[in-house]
Design a binder for this molecule. Structure first.
Ligand code: NJP
Length: 237
């Protein structure tokens, strides 16, 4: 209670639900999104009875904007206990049909964004000798899928990044983990939420509950990774 979380990519989908569940736990929030929708999302969350929601419109792949977002959060709340690196994009195409711009974009948001978000909160967390960084990765970080080379590559990268960071910051009492979902019913990859064909997929609440479980682990316990997928999804691991 009274702790502070930053959730990236909270304009909709998984990130918005994570923010709501963290607020239910009594946390104060800074929510980040690159579009104006982040302001509407913050209004929705406040409408559920949670006052401390600071919307910040920032592109997670832009170093200056991410730095400013973290500074604004510290000005407002004086501390940051949890960073949830959730913002992500994806597209699914054959390699020879993928443009360099598409390749760069998915790496900028999914990998550079996780790097910049983490880098920006670390000096503060190191100073306090406390903090948690959770990244929403993907179950495709554990196997491969056709037409998903760029997206899959970003999630393998995030997995490597988080593992290394976890070892690096353990001496500061900072915990780092990933949550690796299978298919989740969101707006991901230009989709819509609530489509009939996605009725058996994971719900945003499932991922948000995993974040709560990981973030509230007792001090003596470290949860490195949570993998979850729809019961109906093939499990080629
Ligand atoms: O996607 P979606 P999800 N800077 O499209 C924001 C992973 N995942 O909730 O920028 C800052 O509904 C965007 O806001 P805005 C996935 O890889 C998903 O499913 O304002 N924010 C929106 O809030 C990703 O890491 C599935 O438009 C940026 C959010 O990101 C995470 O789950 C499966 C941004 C995207 O919401 C959340 O994705 C899986 C930027 N540059 C992993 N660009 C799945 N859905 O099936 C975008 O394994 N955002």
């Amino acid at each position: 209670k009274g702790q502070v979380a930053i959730v990236t990519g909270a304009s909709r989908g998984i990130g918005k639900e994570i923010a709501i569940k963290l607020a239910e736990q009594g946390m104060k929030l800074a929510v980040i999104g690159s579009s104006e929708d982040i302001h509407k999302s913050a209004v929705d969350i406040k409408g559920k009875g949670f006052a401390d929601v600071l919307p910040i419109q920032a592109d997670i792949s832009n170093e200056a904007q991410v730095k400013e977002a973290v500074e604004r959060t510290l000005q407002e709340y004086k501390q940051i206990d949890l960073l949830v690196n959730n913002a992500g994009v994806g597209f699914f195409k054959q390699v020879d049909k993928t443009t360099l711009e598409e390749w760069k974009k998915v790496f900028e948001v999914n990998v550079q964004g996780v790097f910049l978000g983490s880098k920006s909160v670390l000096p503060h967390m190191k100073e306090r000798k406390s903090g948690t960084i959770i990244t929403i990765s993907s179950d495709v970080a554990r196997y491969t899928i056709p037409n998903g080379s760029a997206y899959t590559a970003t999630k393998y990268a995030v997995q490597g990044f988080s593992g290394s960071l976890a070892q690096e910051v353990r001496e500061y009492g900072i915990r780092v983990g990933t949550i690796n979902p299978g298919m989740v019913d969101t707006y991901f990859a230009e989709s819509e939420q609530g489509l009939e064909e996605k009725k058996d997929w994971l719900k945003v609440e499932d991922i948000a509950n995993a974040v709560i479980y990981m973030a509230s682990a007792p001090k003596h316990m470290m949860i490195d990774e949570i993998v979850l997928h729809p019961f109906v999804q093939d499990y080629p691991i």
